[in-house]
Design a protein around this ligand. Structure first.
Ligand SMILES: CCC(=O)OC[C@H](C)CC[C@H]1O[C@H]2C[C@H]3[C@@H]4CC=C5C[C@@H](O)CC[C@]5(C)[C@H]4CC[C@]3(C)[C@H]2[C@@H]1C
Length: 424
């Protein structure tokens, strides 16, 4: 990590034009993994993801709470458990945040979480991740557990801008968690983030502002993020308040539960709206104890050419060697191949078929007014915009002005059921 190359890199980002792939980051800051692999971070605690399926009326009687509220608490715990994987795993494994490879259109990343327990109550869970758009980059994903009829689906795109010392990132998209045996669904929005420590050669993600979780049973959670130097002082801090519905969330005194702490370490929970104490109150989640479950991915020689680790193998090896020319040549080969494909599609007036996801266009009335559309229903309950604005923007926010309705990506389970080429 020579200071000279890093300093010239910092100068290059000073003239940053908004397109991350335009940045010629030095080899040591490049990750050999592509963004399609990040979808796995949504489900490295499969037991927490599926927990609502196993909560009983008896549990509800014992806790003297409605069963839907216990399920909301379980979903909030699962969501908090995803954050360390999403935003810290590169620091843990690679020493710092790195710049991921920019996926090509149609790139896929698949794997499974095997249930190694005796009772097999979880069963197998599969991950499908597909780059459904290259301009702008959008990754769609689905985590499917057939045994418990549970699907997590969503998509993610980002818009980045540089401030003097940090890279500011707005996330676009959302996640939908569907418990089909319970006929209960959840909408999860994505918080803004910024990359700190770039000047100190040690970039890491800090979450900021808010994200929201809306249950079809009505319950609504607000999660507020803060970091080192904010009011809480500790990095990766959050405070979550759970309300019986969006309306009641206007007054914090209406909170049914309050959870606070660090999403990358320990958090505690207390009834009502007061902030729980880290020593006296009940532990909610402890990221240092509950280890993430690694996804099982086929060996590269058994992967299809569209699968990320196979497609990027030559680039990944060049990055590991740290030879900039080798990286550049290997990347150019892949990018030229992609340009050829786009040109052929242009000539044949065809376009790349998305494999497992559908682009639902909400500018079309019948889609917008389809009362079975869980994304529309949950967005309405949480007063969330469905326009082309960052995730979590309220429907009546001025940020919606002059912004049009947009399409959102939805998982098509039967497309995967009919999949012939890709093996998990
Ligand atoms: C300043 C430009 C540059 O190349 O600096 C290199 C630095 C490592 C910082 C830039 C990169 O930091 C990476 C962090 C990435 C996000 C991490 C986690 C998630 C959550 C996941 O669910 C969706 C994707 C997302 C938001 C990643 C998006 C891409 C980020 C910001 C990388 C930056 C290019």
């Amino acid at each position: 990590m020579s200071a000279a190359t890093w300093t010239s890199f910092i100068k290059s980002i000073a003239s940053y034009n908004g397109d991350l792939s335009s940045l010629t980051a030095p080899p040591f800051i490049l990750s050999s993994s592509s963004l399609t692999e990040f979808s796995q971070y949504w489900s490295e605690h499969v037991d927490l993801l599926l927990e609502p399926n196993f909560i009983t009326e008896e549990d509800a009687n014992k806790k003297k709470e409605p069963i839907e509220l216990l399920r909301m608490l379980a979903v909030v715990k699962w969501f908090i458990s995803t954050l360390k994987s999403q935003y810290c795993s590169r620091n843990e494994t690679l020493g710092s945040e790195k710049k991921p490879l920019n996926p090509f259109l149609g790139e896929i990343f698949v794997g499974k979480w095997i249930d190694s327990s005796n009772d097999q109550k979880l069963g197998e869970t599969i991950l499908l991740s597909e780059q459904v758009s290259h301009h702008p980059p959008i990754t769609a994903y689905a985590v499917e557990n057939k045994k418990n009829n549970t699907i997590l689906e969503g998509y993610n795109g980002i818009r980045a801008s540089m401030s003097t010392t940090a890279l500011n990132v707005k996330q676009f998209g959302h996640a939908l968690l569907e418990f089909r045996n319970l006929n209960e669904n959840y909408l999860i929005t994505l918080p803004p983030l910024h990359i700190e420590g770039i000047l100190a050669f040690n970039p890491y993600v800090e979450l900021e502002q808010k994200s929201f979780i809306q249950s079809s049973a009505g319950y609504y959670a607000i999660i507020e993020y803060s970091g080192k130097g904010y009011f809480s002082g500790k990095k990766n801090s959050f405070k979550c308040r759970i309300f019986s519905n969006f309306e009641n969330s206007k007054k914090k005194e209406n909170a049914l539960y309050t959870i606070s702490g660090q999403w990358s370490e320990k958090s505690t929970i207390a009834k009502g709206h007061s902030t729980p104490s880290s020593s006296k109150d009940e532990i909610f989640f402890d990221a240092s104890i509950e280890k993430p479950q690694q996804l099982t991915v086929k060996p590269i020689d058994e992967q299809h050419p569209l699968e990320s680790q196979k497609a990027w193998l030559e680039v990944a090896n060049a990055i590991k060697v740290g030879d900039y020319d080798l990286i550049h040549n290997a990347k150019s080969k892949l990018e030229n191949n992609q340009r050829e494909l786009r040109k052929k599609e242009e000539e044949n007036n065809s376009k790349w078929n998305r494999r497992w996801f559908d682009e639902v266009d909400y500018k079309i009335d019948e889609n917008l007014n389809n009362e079975n559309d869980i994304f529309i229903n949950l967005s309405k309950m949480a007063n969330l915009s469905i326009k082309n604005v960052p995730s979590g923007v309220e429907a009546d926010s001025s940020k919606n002005k002059e912004v049009e309705l947009m399409s959102h990506w939805r998982f098509v389970p039967e497309n995967f059921d009919n999949e012939k080429e890709i093996k998990i």
